[in-house]
Design a binder for this molecule. Structure first.
Ligand SMILES: Cc1cc2nc3c(=O)[nH]c(=O)nc-3n(C[C@H](O)[C@H](O)[C@H](O)COP(=O)(O)O)c2cc1C
Length: 225
């Protein structure tokens, strides 16, 4: 699908058909998700994929009983590793081999930077992993829609209950859930006019810093008209 059309027609889908997503298609969607950008290319994302058995029912229980979790063909728990060092060595070895880095000293310097990031408080590391992992989740949803597969991102879940149910290792942040499936015939999310968006003028603010150091920022304070 052409990108503009993909962008305009994607919806968060809540009603799914019984059609199964074939495993090659699913694989290609996850492959696309791994092409998302990430800080230092550290790719902190991992995907817990629930299709068969009781996994989806268990997920629905910790997702405030949202029905599309079990009605979708596939439910994905998008996880972010909270340790920046988790994959740093392999990532920087790849950069060195491909000559993005001139030598091993530079690689070692980068490893030190990332090790320093690993010293951040846990709350900051959770934010750190959420940035990159969310981009992978968005890429996953666009890749799915390119195959006609609908998706819904979800923050409506209890992260502690989820971690307990699926025995998540402590290093992982459950960033969001994504349901995936072919939309049901006549699904309202697809048929209805798209939900409104705040106007561009309201959300885009051009700012500048002048030579004298003064700033021109036009972000209104809360309460301004
Ligand atoms: C971070 C995030 C969390 C969301 N959580 C839920 C959720 O828990 N349940 C749900 O049904 N939809 C959820 N949504 C879907 C939104 O309701 C939906 O994206 C929004 O209404 C805009 O509709 P659209 O995606 O069809 O354009 C979430 C979306 C985002 C981005």
């Amino acid at each position: 699908m052409e990108f503009g059309e993909l962008l305009q027609t994607r919806r968060s889908v809540h009603q799914y058909s019984d059609e199964t997503i074939d495993s090659e298609t699913l694989e290609s969607i996850f492959e696309a998700a791994t092409l998302a950008p990430s800080g230092y290319n550290l790719q902190p994302w991992e995907f817990l994929v629930l299709r068969e058995g009781d996994g989806k029912a268990a997920l629905r229980e910790v997702a405030y009983d949202q029905a599309h979790v079990t009605e979708a063909d596939t439910a994905v728990v998008v996880l972010g590793h909270t340790d920046p060092m988790a994959h740093a060595e392999e990532v920087f070895d790849d950069w060195l081999a491909k000559e993005y880095l001139p030598n091993e000293d530079v690689r070692d310097g980068l490893l030190e930077n990332v090790a320093g990031m690993g010293e951040m408080p846990e709350s900051e590391r959770r934010i750190w992993t959420t940035r990159s992992t969310s981009l992978a989740a968005m890429t996953l949803m666009y890749a799915a829609w390119d195959h006609g597969i609908g998706s819904c991102p979800m923050e409506g879940f209890d992260p502690e209950a989820l971690a307990e149910t699926f025995e998540l290792p402590e290093a992982y942040e459950p960033v969001m859930l994504v349901t995936l499936g072919y939309p049901a015939e006549g699904a309202s999310d697809i048929e209805n006019e798209r939900k409104g968006r705040r106007p561009v003028e309201e959300v885009v603010h051009y700012g500048s810093v002048e030579a004298d150091g003064s700033t021109t920022l036009s972000i209104p304070s809360p309460g301004d008209d």
